[in-house]
Design a protein around this ligand. Structure first.
Ligand code: KG4
Ligand code: ZN
Length: 339
């Protein structure tokens, strides 16, 4: 089976081709970072227009590279939501048009499910598992009982972890998106200079909050003499990364223990973070839990993870109707019937 994946939920136009046996054959990402950089964040209308311009040529490139045409594809998987509604509609309408014209089945995938199933691109996941989904828009822990059966165990009360990294990076004049920059710069930081709060530390629930941490970083940065030295920025980044990683791993392992699962996974853009990956690996080893970090290329938004989610559905005969709609917000939902 060969699946065409399409992802246009935010500011990356991505198309992928996944073969059931050979894995990812192509994963093309056309980034819009330069387009939005000037505005300090993603401008929804510009994102939709850029997807419109880029998507069909990208699909053409993908098929040409592989000397394939639409008749050689066995199904189309596309991100349905959550995300920017105009941006999502470009991908969803294109996927529907291809399915209708070429007579192929459609899988309309929840973006978070795609992020989680990026782990399947490395090796079959050990389930049930607790999955920490951490991106620019989401921070949640999800119990994956099996593929298609999900339960949200906890989430953030305010900002997402990636959003916290992006905003804090902005205070320090680091480039957008800030997560990769903070991760890189933190390596040279002095571990003893700053300590930031661990929000909701005493709360017994699997729950997150990052707005207080963001404010603590802003106040600390404002106290520093201008212009900020490279060492100042590195020291703040080091402490920020420690605080974020500490709260994320604590809740992931708490959820794993409460649910009695034997495996944990990371998903989403922040799963590319070096400290989060090594700390999770260390803690998993200590607790005797299974953990394999996802391929960094499939942590941030990409169509290969959407194609993988589509493949999982098509394998069991699940397909969506062409009347399916997109949504801006909605928690991840199960598509398998409950046992
Ligand atoms: O999953 P993603 O590409 O898009 C959303 O669905 O939001 O995640 C993007 C987020 C951004 O906030 C970015 O700063 C963060 O992932 N990110 C990182 C790293 N790489 C990307 N955060 C921390 N460390 C990284 N290495
Ligand atoms: Zn994402």
């Amino acid at each position: 089976m060969k699946i065409l994946g399409i992802e246009t939920s935010c500011d990356d136009t991505s198309v992928a081709l996944l073969d059931e046996h050979e894995g990812v054959l192509e994963n093309l990402v056309s980034s819009q970072i330069d387009l939005h950089d000037h505005f300090g964040g993603v401008v929804p209308e510009l994102a939709s227009r850029a997807h419109l311009v880029n998507l069909l040529p990208l699909i053409d490139v993908l098929l040409t590279r592989r000397s394939l045409n639409l008749a050689d594809i066995d199904g189309v998987a596309v991100t349905r939501g959550p995300g920017l509604i105009g941006a999502l509609l470009v991908g969803l309408s294109t996927a529907k048009a291809i399915c209708w014209a070429a007579g192929k089945p459609l899988a309309a995938v929840h973006h978070i499910e795609g992020h989680m199933l990026a782990n399947e691109l490395t090796a079959p996941m050990e389930l049930p598992a607790a999955v920490l989904v951490v991106s620019g828009g989401h921070t949640e822990v999800i119990l994956v009982r099996e593929i298609g059966l999900y339960e949200r165990l906890g989430w953030t009360l305010d900002d997402a972890a990636g959003e916290c990294y992006d905003k804090c990076a902005q205070f320090m004049g680091l480039p957008y998106p800030g997560g990769p920059a903070v991760d890189r710069v933190a390596e040279g930081g002095d571990p003893g200079r700053f300590t930031f709060p661990r929000p909701l530390h005493k709360d017994p629930r699997v729950i997150f909050s990052f707005s207080g941490l963001k404010t603590a970083v802003r106040l600390e940065v404002e106290r520093l003499p201008r212009p900020l030295s490279e060492q100042d920025v590195a020291d703040v980044c080091h402490a920020l990364r420690e605080a974020v990683t500490d709260v994320l791993t604590r809740r992931l392992f708490q959820a794993a223990q409460e649910q009695g699962v034997r495996a944990v996974y990371l998903a989403g853009g922040v799963a590319a973070n070096s400290l989060l990956r090594t700390r999770t690996a260390e803690l998993a080893t200590k607790r005797g839990l299974h953990f394999v970090a996802p391929d960094r290329a499939y942590c941030t938004d990409n169509a290969a993870m959407i194609a993988q989610a589509g493949l999982c559905r098509f394998r069991v005969g699940y397909r969506d109707d062409l009347s399916v709609d997109s949504f801006a917000r909605q928690p991840v939902t199960s598509w398998l019937p409950l046992p």
